[in-house]
Design a binder for this molecule. Structure first.
Ligand code: ZN
Ligand code: ZN
Ligand code: ZN
Length: 364
């Protein structure tokens, strides 16, 4: 599988007129090679020439880890560099002096500048625009991995009644949820947002010492990474005790808006049109000005990646694209709510990868 990805990346590099891609540890490296390397001060770098074989330059001490990880990947030669060598110069020697070299979007600035100094006549560009075109279109196997992540995070939401109760602090709840994220099929907790009462008016409020009070809406937005490397991300809004009437009305509008936006998804529509549908629904309910973020983001080996579901993005959706649909409203000082599902564009429509109920979940 990685051989095929390498071949496609190479073809894309050629088409973009790049002489080589230089990929350092992160999601792009994992996508292309399966190697999950830590970003460190010592250089690890995949050198992917447009027309030649790929080489993975690693510190000599990382060679066993790289070899174990690449055992199944074909077509990559591992080159270890000894502790006293200059790995930047080693890479520069593999490349044409005045070439066009595309660097990993997430390469450390310190390494970018050293590459620039080592290759003064080369043109440096970003590899991201080329690689995102590949990563954005998920294979059936990737979709299956995201479906598995979706089911895993669904299982955590299904247990929310065990943890959300009046008198418990957001931090206490966050700890329980974090443990459950790992217990229910992830290898890593990526984030746990528990935002109760007025704290829910901040979309990215994490968790604080506030104790949940009766009648509080609580936004719970959680995600982790599975063994296969794919991410989950799902938000539901709960009410502990009796919800206020006005909140119930607002929540009903949000639910309809989220549903309409999901139903709008199919091949051929633009990313921004999905955002517009969600926004229209909330605007009609008088909540438009309180919907302060984009409707969604792509998801895969990273929680946030292309395509972004936002006004101004005229990207046409295609089968295999996966992203969140997560409208919300946030009334400062009062409360907030968000409903989020991960969806995949199918051949003729859309499939939700999160299937937990979306009606207001009242916990007593
Ligand atoms: Zn977010
Ligand atoms: Zn989320
Ligand atoms: Zn999200």
């Amino acid at each position: 599988m990685t051989a095929e990805r390498l071949a496609r990346a190479q073809a894309a590099a050629q088409q973009a007129g790049f002489d080589a891609l230089l990929i350092t540890p992160g999601a792009d490296l994992r996508y292309l090679t399966g190697y999950q390397a830590l970003p460190l001060e010592r250089l690890t770098c995949l050198v992917l020439p447009a027309t030649d074989d790929s080489r993975l330059l690693v510190p000599e001490l990382e060679r066993p880890a790289a070899e174990a990880s690449l055992a199944r990947a074909h077509g990559i030669e591992i080159v270890g560099w000894p502790e006293t060598a200059d790995p930047i110069a080693l890479v520069a020697d593999m490349l044409p002096k005045a070439g066009r070299v595309a660097l990993d979007d997430h390469m450390w600035a310190e390494k970018v500048l050293r590459f620039r100094a080592a290759m003064p006549d080369a043109e440096q560009l970003l590899a991201g625009p080329v690689l995102r075109e590949l990563r954005m279109r998920k294979s059936p196997k990737e979709v299956a991995a995201l479906r598995e992540a979706g089911v895993a995070i669904d299982r955590v939401h299904a247990r929310m009644g065990e943890w959300l109760a009046t008198g418990r602090t957001e931090r206490e709840v966050r700890r329980d949820i974090g443990n459950a994220i790992v217990d229910e099929g992830h290898v890593r907790v990526d984030f746990v947002i528990v935002a109760s009462g007025p704290n829910a008016a901040s979309p990215h409020h994490e968790a604080a010492g506030r104790a949940i009070e009766s009648g509080d809406p609580v936004v719970v937005d959680i995600g982790g990474t599975t063994e296969a490397g794919y991410c989950s991300d799902e938000a539901r809004t709960y009410v502990v005790g009796e919800p206020a009437d006005e909140f119930t009305v607002h929540y009903g509008a949000l639910r309809q808006a989220q549903d309409a936006a999901v139903q709008h998804v199919r091949p051929g529509v633009t990313a921004e049109s999905v955002d517009a549908v969600a926004r229209e629904g909330l605007t009609a309910a008088g909540l438009g000005e309180y919907f302060v973020h984009r409707t969604g983001h792509g998801i895969g080996l990273e929680t946030h990646e292309e395509p972004y579901i936002v006004a101004g993005n005229d990207r046409v959706l295609e089968p295999g694209m996966t992203f969140s649909v997560e409208p919300g409203f946030y009334l400062p000082g009062r409360y907030g709510a968000r409903i989020e599902d991960i969806v995949v564009v199918s051949e003729d429509g859309v499939e939700r990868l999160n299937v937990r109920p979306r009606e207001l979940a009242i916990l007593r």
